[in-house]
Design a protein around this ligand. Structure first.
Ligand code: DON
Length: 607
């Protein structure tokens, strides 16, 4: 190659836009060549990092602080600034909330790999601006090869970790089908446009946040342990991750491109499906090509109920969230909670007593309604609710041993599900919770396809009386059967007041999802907090068994804890509970978006 100055050089083409030479190669000696290579690499890396950093900076400047945003026109709140940005841009160019949901979902699969996913599932609540509400169940299903005792050893004991780690822990993923199914019915922009931002983020990379850097370092050993070739896992690198490092995911980009080109078949058939099944076969996985081909998400009738002046729409089984939430709210109507105050011993006591009873019902009666006759009407019946309330002693805790489910006849949570709330410029609202269960699911990346598989099989009851990862108990209603969906606690919820949209809310948090959504609603309705206040407020949780109130650090004053102890409650402190992303419609019709300060969550309004 000959440079302008007549010397033979490697980089003579490097001129800036004003035609100034930015790389000088005066002499063709080895020293200069090495030096120039170093300079070139430096320039390329810096340009690339600046480009990414710049886009984040410009984006951050468009809202107040990302945690709380106000708008007249629309709102996006998700667990990651880059995913929020994708949703925001789709809305800005005229997409509706379903379009934004699709963009956000695929973006989260790239920029929030701990929970955003292709290899998981979830639930969508969608309210059109005309008041019609739809819900989509795209929860994972057990493989056709699954069977009731698949996690038990010869003596009938649960084999520790088998439903949590490695290939055998996964259910058949539902997310890609869910996105396509919802888009087909309600989307307005072409699917290919909506998935494109995710492809770009995977191909070009994004800058990891400090929380993410810590998280990737924390899980490095687990990724190495559970992957055949950890060198192919792009979350594993030799040096420690630091804030601002660039994460590029080439294989994931190719998988997303196959979905863009072939829709459903880009994931459930062809190369992606073959890579997924090869991954299963490389370990003790049981998912087959047939399982993938047969997977379809299901439209469900939302669970509805009234709470004071509000109407609640939430998720039906295979999630327990809707039934449990409506039970809790209906019981709460029997108590003057606003008079009791948000953090008084009295309020915490009665909420705990209600939660204890609701989780007992959940353990016995809830499971995938395609396989189990869930007594929804009976569980939500006013007389039954009143009978449960009557059992509550205002001055004394009931022992969980004494609380039984309706008679028809150790928490180790991490923030690894994700919820997002969206309202578009026409007032259509999406409330969506999605997960691969634990942080980074089964820890297994599908080799060559770059995405993580879920460990959702742990949400089944492997054996009656043996708690799952979240300490939840279950029985026949939630036993493993081929093609069945494992019971979830995910609670994407929409509230109306006077027939108009009032709130869009949801959260991750395993078994604490239901109680976190419940508390957030009470904080706004009974304790008159803003959305931001309600989301930031410290939380507590009780789930029948173990018989403990779990309390976030600093949630309650010592004197209140003493009072609770005096009533017979055991209180245990723990790290954060839930990560709520929600939107409130204020009396003037404008929106308040609230992104949980516990995470990198980000809210942005459309002006
Ligand atoms: O579906 C469920 O209820 C669980 N797989 C959710 C897990 C979860 O929220 C973990 N993150 N915090």
């Amino acid at each position: 190659m000959t440079g302008k100055n007549g010397h033979t050089c490697l980089f003579s083409c490097l001129f800036d836009k004003h035609n100034r030479k930015i790389l000088v190669t005066a002499k063709n000696d080895v020293y200069n060549m090495r030096k120039n290579i170093r300079i070139l690499v430096h320039i390329l890396i810096t340009t690339c990092l600046l480009a990414c950093a710049d886009s984040q900076k410009v984006f951050k400047d468009t809202t107040t602080n990302g945690k709380s945003a106000f708008s007249q026109n629309g709102m996006v709140v998700t667990a990651h600034p880059q995913a929020t940005k994708v949703g925001y841009e789709i809305l800005k160019k005229g997409g509706n909330s379903i379009d934004a949901m699709v963009g956000v979902h695929f973006a989260l699969a790239v920029v929030y790999p701990s929970a955003g996913n292709l290899g998981g599932g979830g639930f969508m609540m969608y309210r059109e601006n005309n008041g019609e509400v739809f819900s989509l169940d795209f929860r994972e299903k057990a493989s056709g090869n699954a069977y009731e005792d698949m996690y038990l050893d010869e003596d009938g004991n649960v084999i520790e970790g088998e439903s949590l780690y490695g290939q055998k822990a996964s259910g058949v993923p539902g997310s890609v089908d869910g996105m396509l199914t919802a888009h087909q019915k309600f989307g307005s922009l072409p699917f290919s446009e909506l998935i494109e931002p995710a492809i770009k983020l995977a191909k070009k990379g994004f800058l990891v946040t400090s929380k993410q850097a810590r998280n990737y370092n924390h899980y490095k050993d687990a990724f190495i342990e559970h992957n055949r070739n950890p060198g192919t896992v792009q979350l594993v690198k030799e040096k420690e991750w630091k804030e601002g490092d660039l994460l590029v995911q080439k294989d994931l980009a190719k998988t997303l491109e196959r979905i863009k080109e072939n829709g459903r078949a880009g994931f459930y058939e062809g190369k992606t499906a073959e890579l997924l099944v090869a991954e299963m076969n490389a370990g003790n996985g049981i998912i087959t090509l047939e399982d993938l081909k047969n997977y379809h998400s299901t439209w469900r009738e939302p669970v509805t109920g009234n709470y004071r002046d509000f109407k609640v729409y939430s998720m039906a089984p295979s999630s327990s969230g809707g039934i449990a939430l409506v039970q809790l709210l209906k019981m709460s109507e029997h108590f003057p909670l606003s008079e009791f105050g948000s953090k008084s011993a009295k309020t915490i006591h009665v909420m705990t007593e209600m939660e204890r009873r609701v989780y007992a019902d959940r353990a016995k009666h809830l499971g995938d309604s395609d396989f189990w006759d869930v007594p929804t009407d009976e569980l939500l019946d006013d007389k039954y609710i009143a009978s449960r309330v009557e059992q509550i002693d205002l001055s004394q805790a009931t022992s969980s041993e004494e609380v039984r489910a309706m008679d028809l006849d150790n928490i180790n949570e991490s923030e690894e599900t994700t919820h997002y709330s969206i309202i578009d410029m026409q007032g259509n609202a999406v409330s969506l919770t999605t997960t691969i269960n634990s942080a980074y699911g089964s820890k297994v990346f599908v080799e060559g396809a770059g995405f993580l598989m879920n460990n959702e099989m742990d949400d089944f009851s492997s054996k009656p009386g043996v708690p799952n990862k979240y300490g939840l108990l279950g029985g026949a209603a939630n036993s493993i059967q081929p093609g069945k969906r494992m019971l979830s606690a995910m609670t994407p919820t929409i509230l109306e007041k006077d027939g108009k949209l009032f709130m869009v809310v949801g959260t991750p948090g395993g078994s604490t999802i239901i109680t976190s959504v419940y508390q957030t609603i009470l904080n706004v309705i009974d304790h008159e907090m803003s959305m931001t206040g309600a989301v930031s407020e410290k939380r507590f949780h009780h789930q029948w068994k173990p018989d403990q109130i779990y309390m976030e650090e600093g949630a309650i004053e010592e004197s209140v804890i003493k009072e609770l102890n005096g009533m017979g409650h055991k209180v245990k402190r723990r790290s954060s509970i839930g990560k709520v992303d929600a939107i409130l419609v204020r009396p003037d019709g404008s929106y308040e978006g609230a992104a949980d300060p516990r995470g990198d969550d980000w809210a942005i309004g459309i002006e």
